[in-house]
Design a protein around this ligand. Sequence first.
Ligand code: HEM
Ligand SMILES: *[C@@H]1O[C@H](CO)[C@@H](O)[C@H](O)[C@H]1NC(C)=O
Ligand SMILES: *[C@@H]1O[C@H](CO)[C@@H](O)[C@H](O)[C@H]1NC(C)=O
Ligand SMILES: *[C@@H]1O[C@H](CO)[C@@H](O)[C@H](O)[C@H]1NC(C)=O
Ligand SMILES: *[C@@H]1O[C@H](CO)[C@@H](O)[C@H](O)[C@H]1NC(C)=O
Ligand SMILES: *[C@@H]1O[C@H](CO)[C@@H](O)[C@H](O)[C@H]1NC(C)=O
Ligand SMILES: *[C@@H]1O[C@H](CO)[C@@H](O)[C@H](O)[C@H]1NC(C)=O
Length: 326
Amino acid sequence: MKMESLSKYFKVLIICLLAASTHAQLELGFYAKSCPKAEQIIQKFVHEHIRNVPSLAAALIRMHFHDCFVRGCDGSVLLNSTTNQAEKDAPPNLTVRGFDFIDRIKSLVEAECPGVVSCADIIALSARDSIVVTGGPSWKVPTGRRDGVISNLSESIQNIPAPFNNFTTLQTLFANQGLDLKDLVLLSGAHTIGISLCTSFSNRLYNFTGKGDEDPSLDSEYATNLKTFKCKNINDNTTIVEMDPGSRNTFDLSYYSHVVKRRGLFESDSALLTNSVTKSLVTQLLQGSLENFYAEFAKSIEKMGQIKVKTGSQGEIRKHCALVNS
Ligand code: HEM
Ligand SMILES: *[C@@H]1O[C@H](CO)[C@@H](O)[C@H](O)[C@H]1NC(C)=O
Ligand SMILES: *[C@@H]1O[C@H](CO)[C@@H](O)[C@H](O)[C@H]1NC(C)=O
Ligand SMILES: *[C@@H]1O[C@H](CO)[C@@H](O)[C@H](O)[C@H]1NC(C)=O
Ligand SMILES: *[C@@H]1O[C@H](CO)[C@@H](O)[C@H](O)[C@H]1NC(C)=O
Ligand SMILES: *[C@@H]1O[C@H](CO)[C@@H](O)[C@H](O)[C@H]1NC(C)=O
Ligand SMILES: *[C@@H]1O[C@H](CO)[C@@H](O)[C@H](O)[C@H]1NC(C)=O
């Protein structure tokens, strides 16, 4: 190729790349020029604090999931209710433990570069960083998300899967976000850490079909154990249960071991066994290594982190994560 045509070729290439970048695209190190210390500040704060409260890592990754499933990953999960009820008020909301944490990070980042770093990116970055601190998987977090201005309780109820959802409903809710069955299986694997209130599943123990019965898809020995030592009656709304008993702070494969032993806590966990595709994915994960799980989990959560993101001039950079700018 002649020099001339070569340079023409590169010009065309560059124009194509520029055109692509004006579309909704996140990029690694989006704040490298506008706020070079941002990611470091977030990581440092997370490292200093999660070590003492590893359970917060669970709250943060769950917050990231809830944020992305309602109006895309736009920080709407952080907004306070105003005249309408916000996503924050959707039950169950153990996630509440993470709100204050994000606010503290936001104020450090605002002190460094006011009005530059979005709350949506702070959620995505701190979720990843906190899982890394607990020894779990790492994944790429391209940035440049902008914050939304709307948070709506009923949209949250419509879009976020519920613990009582069956396979079909889960598949639909994930597909609505552009996520497939593999993503469903892998992202459900986040239940390897964290806790649940009894109320999220006590119908399975006490009144599954309204006849005072147990959910037959739950291991009966495990159900008895939960009723005896944890959720002592159907109205217990304060006791918390580890979703992955014995290793609630360790991001390992044992969630899937519980699921195949019919000890998944929620119907949504058990539902992974009711479809041949997801069942075989669970089996494959258990046959593979921890490194394999981490690598596959990373792919799915990177996908989740891109759901309907706002970029460029969409949305805003909130000053306070709980409030839209006035
Ligand atoms: C597949 C559909 C899912 C359903 C039905 C579901 C449901 C739930 C429920 C009901 C709880 C307990 C909340 C409470 O009792 O207050 C919970 C906790 C949790 N979920 Fe999920 N979840 C799903 C997927 C996910 C995904 C995709 C992630 C993250 C990638 C995730 C991460 C977590 C974590 C870490 C906790 C523990 C939170 C804590 O300890 O504070 N879940 N989930
Ligand atoms: C948001 O609501 C919480 C709890 O209701 C409250 O503590 C907090 O001060 C509110 N944040 C702002 C910025 O108004
Ligand atoms: C949590 O949800 C309950 C309803 O289940 C609601 O009354 C409460 O205000 C919510 N808490 C926060 C901090 O939003
Ligand atoms: C919230 O979302 C629901 C369902 O999409 C919609 O009907 C309702 O008007 C919305 N509420 C507000 C205040 O925007
Ligand atoms: C799953 O749940 C939905 C909504 O509750 C229901 O309409 C559907 O019939 C259920 N599907 C199966 C296979 O049970
Ligand atoms: C079980 O569910 C049925 C139907 O919803 C209800 O009538 C009954 O009171 C419930 N029993 C308990 C112990 O909550
Ligand atoms: C928990 O249950 C008690 C007694 O049944 C009730 O008074 C209280 O409002 C419930 N709390 C929540 C957060 O639902």
